[in-house]
Write a protein that binds this ligand. Structure first.
Ligand SMILES: Nc1ncnc2c1ncn2[C@@H]1O[C@H](COP(=O)(O)OP(=O)(O)OP(=O)(O)O)[C@@H](O)[C@H]1O
Length: 132
């Protein structure tokens, strides 16, 4: 979709950096619009950032928190790509390989989410306990 939601129907290469950037932005808008889990992860990421500010975590801790947030968002992006490509190929037909690809992609999101929970617990829990 184009940036104003009108399909551009372009299938050839982009000819300018701004054009590429526009399509990348369309991709992010599409993720936000269609993927409920992506929106949930964004909200959780925002809560984490607010906690980081409130608890005045160190620069190193910020790097870990930001890395964990982006890893989850990135894995959700890859998961969405796999779902879209699998649906493009098999449609609504059941296929064992389609199931395997989608389940593995979802497993990747779960791994990233575990990592984020561990990082959050290591950094934010002690800082929270110090306050209360
Ligand atoms: N074509 C298919 N063939 C076999 N299994 C499928 C197929 N499509 C979906 N599945 C199974 O159904 C599950 C959910 O499908 P899908 O990932 O499309 O739904 P979703 O609600 O968008 O998932 P998510 O919660 O990751 O957003 C998959 O993980 C897979 O196990």
């Amino acid at each position: 979709m184009g940036s104003n939601d009108k399909p551009t129907r372009q299938t050839g290469k982009n000819h300018a950096f701004l054009q590429s950037l526009g399509h990348a932005w369309d991709g992010l808008r599409s993720l936000f619009h269609y993927e409920r889990n992506f929106r949930k992860h964004l909200v959780l990421g925002a809560v984490t950032l607010i906690l980081g500010v409130a608890l005045q975590v160190s620069l190193t801790d910020w790097l870990w928190l930001v890395m964990a947030i982006f890893l989850v968002l990135f894995s959700e992006t890859l998961n969405t790509i796999v779902e879209a490509v699998v649906d493009l190929v098999v449609g609504t037909t059941y296929h064992d390989l389609a199931k395997r690809a989608k389940d593995i992609a979802a497993g990747g999101v779960l791994l990233a989410a575990f990592f984020a929970v561990i990082v959050g617990a290591i950094i934010l829990l002690p800082a929270l306990l110090k306050r209360f």
